[in-house]
Design a protein around this ligand. Structure first.
Ligand code: EPS
Length: 413
């Protein structure tokens, strides 16, 4: 019952659609009127999500494009819900197997040997499905294409207030970039280049990542990561990794300490953990903070008339007490290796209850670079919600007026 007191989001969104169904659908509600928005703003991120060394064969079938069905007229948002559609090209191969029509029932064989690590067995039991495909079609990472589309709308909104979101990969298959002992690779303490970087160096890490097939800003590590992916492919295995996402230009005061569900770190952790295959999220220095003394990881406060209150380090990852402190937001995610394996693990047939090999569905060997782009979208959606919560308005002009007057107030503090 206590969940019913959850903070109502200012910015709400919903996705629908199965991986091999006709299309993915998304609706985002709460974007003010007067924002310039075109499908190309969205398609750029959809393309970024599709790339990455180690991605599966589906990426050769799809060229994801957004069709805006509502909420935008002549290139500007109306303030009404924005509906987006992404066609699944692969549906042409699944028109009977994923048809909504009863007469197509049984047109393709059922999947009855669940894959360890996916939602397969838990989902089949929960929803009473005798065909695991009824689970995997929705639990598939294909759904993240629409999250990226909706996140691109949120990013476009935030860019109007000079808030920039980016990402890069810190570790794949245990190979870390220099300056980041990402947990799980070498164990022990962890740091990250993001925590001691000013916005410009974060953006340069992002720019380097954009040119890398594994979104890695460190060319030596990139090479070793690609070798790790190749070796996993050769042995019918898969690899996971760690990616870092950041947001710059964030004002002090988003989120709140006043109630658990308003804390921005908690909201970010929820959003990021909800991405397929995520098994860990940290804000700032994260777990490594637990092994150090307070004097080593709190960020001392300084002041100057030009910059106001500022810090020289960012162990907190831009959030203290659930509230942004004006430093860049830094979050990191630990992604598990893709559970679909060519070299299948043992499973049990849900009909015969006999021990079998887990089914194989076309899949990626590594999707960490894509996860970084998806994480950008989820961070954008959370920050846009918190931004509208604090500076809300029905039009971009009204939000801007609210934001500018708040910044004046902060300067006078
Ligand atoms: C993916 C779409 C899926 C998978 C993959 C990523 O398409 P298909 O099932 O047709 O190959 O390739 O999904 C997973 C690895 C997963 O575990 O769900 C995508 O669009 O990102």
């Amino acid at each position: 019952m206590w969940y019913t007191f959850l903070k109502m989001a200012t910015l709400r969104y919903l996705t629908a659609g199965e991986s091999h169904g006709k299309a993915l659908i998304g609706i985002i509600e709460g974007i003010p009127s007067g924002l310039d928005l075109s499908p190309s703003d969205i398609d750029a991120d959809l393309s970024r999500r599709q790339v990455g060394y180690g991605r599966g064969g589906r990426m050769k079938i799809e060229t994801d494009r957004a069709e805006i069905l509502s909420g935008v007229r002549w290139g500007k948002t109306l303030g009404s819900p924005i509906a987006i559609l992404i066609v699944n090209r692969d549906f042409q191969n699944w028109s009977k197997g994923m048809s909504p029509d009863a007469e197509d029932d049984g047109s393709i064989p059922s999947v009855t040997s669940p894959r360890p690590g996916h939602a397969d067995i838990a989902g089949a039991i929960k929803y009473g499905h005798r065909d695991v495909r009824n689970v995997l079609e929705r639990s598939s990472a294909r759904e993240t294409a629409m999250r990226v589309a909706l996140g691109a709308v949120a990013k476009k909104f935030l860019r109007a207030f000079r808030i920039m979101i980016g990402s890069y990969v810190l570790q794949i298959g245990g190979i870390c970039i220099k300056g980041s002992e990402a947990q799980g690779a070498k164990g022990g303490s962890r740091s990250s280049p993001g925590l001691f970087s000013n916005p410009r160096s974060l953006e340069s890490l992002h720019k380097k990542a954009e040119k890398s097939p594994v979104r890695c800003p460190d060319p030596d590590a990139e090479k070793a990561m690609i070798e790790a992916i190749d070796s996993a492919t050769a042995s019918g295995d898969s690899v996971g990794g760690v990616c870092e996402v950041f947001a710059t230009g964030i004002p002090i005061g988003l989120g709140s300490y006043a109630h658990w569900d308003r804390k921005l770190d908690g909201r970010l952790a929820h959003a990021l953990m909800s991405i397929q295959a995520m098994k860990g999220v940290e804000i700032g220095l994260g777990f490594a903070m637990s092994a150090r003394t307070g004097s080593k990881v709190m960020d001392p406060i300084f002041y100057s008339r030009r910059s106001g209150f500022y810090r020289k380090s960012n162990h907190a990852g831009g959030i203290e007490g659930g509230v942004t402190n004006g430093m860049p937001i830094i979050a990191r995610m630990a992604m598990k290796p893709i559970p679909t394996l060519r070299r299948a693990l043992r499973s049990v047939d849900i009909v015969t209850k006999k021990s079998v090999e887990a089914t194989y569905e076309r899949s990626d060997v590594c999707a960490v670079p894509a996860a970084a782009v998806i994480a950008e979208a989820m961070v954008a959606l959370v920050i846009a919600d918190a931004f509208l919560e604090k500076f809300g308005g029905d039009s971009m002009e009204e939000v801007r007026r609210n934001y500018v007057s708040y910044l004046e107030q902060v300067k006078r503090f």
